[in-house]
Ligand binder design. Sequence first.
Ligand code: ZN
Length: 242
Amino acid sequence: MRYAIISDIHGNLAALEKVLERIDREKCDKTVCLGDIVGYGPFPNECVALVKKNCDFCLMGNHDHAALDLTDAAYFNTFAKMAIMWTRKALSKESKEFLAGLPLQKSENDILFVHATPCVPIEWEYVLSSFDAMQNFYCFNEPVCFVGHSHVPVVFSLGENKEISISRKESTELLQDNRYIINVGSVGQPRDGEPKSAFVLFDTDTQTHQLVRVEYDFQATQRAMLKFDLPLFLVERLAHGQ
Ligand code: ZN
């Protein structure tokens, strides 16, 4: 089984279209979205429609949750909050209905999928360090867990010696006796210093993870954001991948 795993689209339609084109060429069996379809970007409804059409399943992200008024916007920083307020107004009834039906996590084929953390998905915490990863390895039983949320692709591996190693390599062959937490990066707002969209291909037969980067017209997204008066900070970060 060959999975394409995407996350954190954030209303960036130009990015999502390019990523879906690439996934189509990769001949995957399943496309999975780990959430945050909306928030920050200018095309929330269009992105919801594309995810609905192209993904086998999608999970709830913290921005999706906040756009439905289920998470207090006070939890977010100023710019994110402004974008959430804009998104709440922009979302159609149909988009809201789709977002409201998204689950927090899903397990299949010995893989756990979740937006934020396996321990308490609804608290929207991050897996950023070995310490965070160690705590979270105790909270699930599958050999591998895919997460999004930080917008930074990374592979945490728990060895038989109970030590954690961190890898940012583009491809990893998973070891049978290790366990993994893998962040797939972000389609619509990468934050690892690389403006290209990120997503992951995972082959369950060969147990191989591959990080894919896709160039897209970020200036098209920036122009739309300016047109809708979204915060300049959010517009500018797309050019720097930060
Ligand atoms: Zn996000």
